[in-house]
Ligand binder design. Sequence first.
Ligand SMILES: O=C(O)CCC(=O)C(=O)O
Length: 385
Amino acid sequence: MDGSTTTRVDYGSEEAAMKAYLTDGERRAATLGNRGPIRFTASGELHPDILDAYWRCGFYVFEGVLRPEELADLEGDFRNILDRLPVERGAAVDAKGRPALAADCKGPNLLWSKPLGDPFGGTELANGRHPVKMFEPQAAADAPKEVVYLILGSLQFSEAALRIYGHPDLLAVAAAINGPDFTPFNEALFIKEPGRGASVAWHQDGVTHWNSADWDQGIHGFNFMGQLYGCTAANGVWVVPGSHKQGKVDIRKLVAEAGSERLPDAVPIIARPGDVAITNRQALHGSFANTSKDWRVTVNMGFHRRRSVLGVKGGGVHNEEAVYDAARIRERARLIGYGIDARRQRFPDETPYVYRPHADDGLTYRWDAKAGADIKDYNLLDLSI
Ligand SMILES: O=C(O)CCC(=O)C(=O)O
């Protein structure tokens, strides 16, 4: 789905400055030394060069992780998802009059925005963690009133995404960063439609541990960001390298100093189809409204250290507040078991990942129709810290 027939738009009064910023950012990103294939040492550890670069920059781009077949599967699922979206916010049916995607879900699933808008910036939403509104370019006259730019609980809507979630190398990376008893956080699809995709204002994820006595650069976990079509400076996530080490950043001050939301130290995540970035949730990051001609579809998959969530009161951003006990973590982690088994069935040539907590507890998971029903509304149990 490269390219688009959407009416072309641009950044209006900001177009020239934006163009220069994108080119400059791409050039800076290329100097960081934080990209390449997933590599393990002879003894099976994630290569220390990768770990060093990840902890230095706060993000890393793993190249060529997803197989062409799974990208094709994902594209099929994505087209189906688009087809099944409600005709408008709150509608029960899609454009063909069928029950719409997520219309019967209890969890929060579809986030809407005006085209090229910034629904969170400068509001108190999500604990006010997006303090500055991004520039909102003018959408074309033929654009719809609103678009879906984010889908939460996405594994219930795409088996291909569930199979990516069970990817053995990605899960091995999760174990290397968060420990072998790592836990889920949440999963999402970020959709940046050409000429319409909303911006995500500058923010740092994480709400619970900023003032903890044992705060460190990894305490709020990370997100994998798998790319269906790749991502560019114009439609990708931008990150301020090293900001995950700094504690809470004063975003208002940075924007005031820069004179615009074009933060001078930020760099774009540049990726090809099938690349998967890993981004520290504490890193200052955001993305601009997509006036480019290219789609971006990101399969987001977050993971935590177990000790960051066990016994912690979380929620409030992605679901209800609750204290996360071992039973809840175990229940939520069944998605890892289902993901691994779904992948095993589709790619029998691979060696499936062994998730230590399931192996230790003698738990086995089978991906089948019953499991499909079991994961409806699974994101009500997201471990949101
Ligand atoms: O994909 C995007 O545009 C934003 C991603 C993001 O903010 C996140 O994953 O926390």
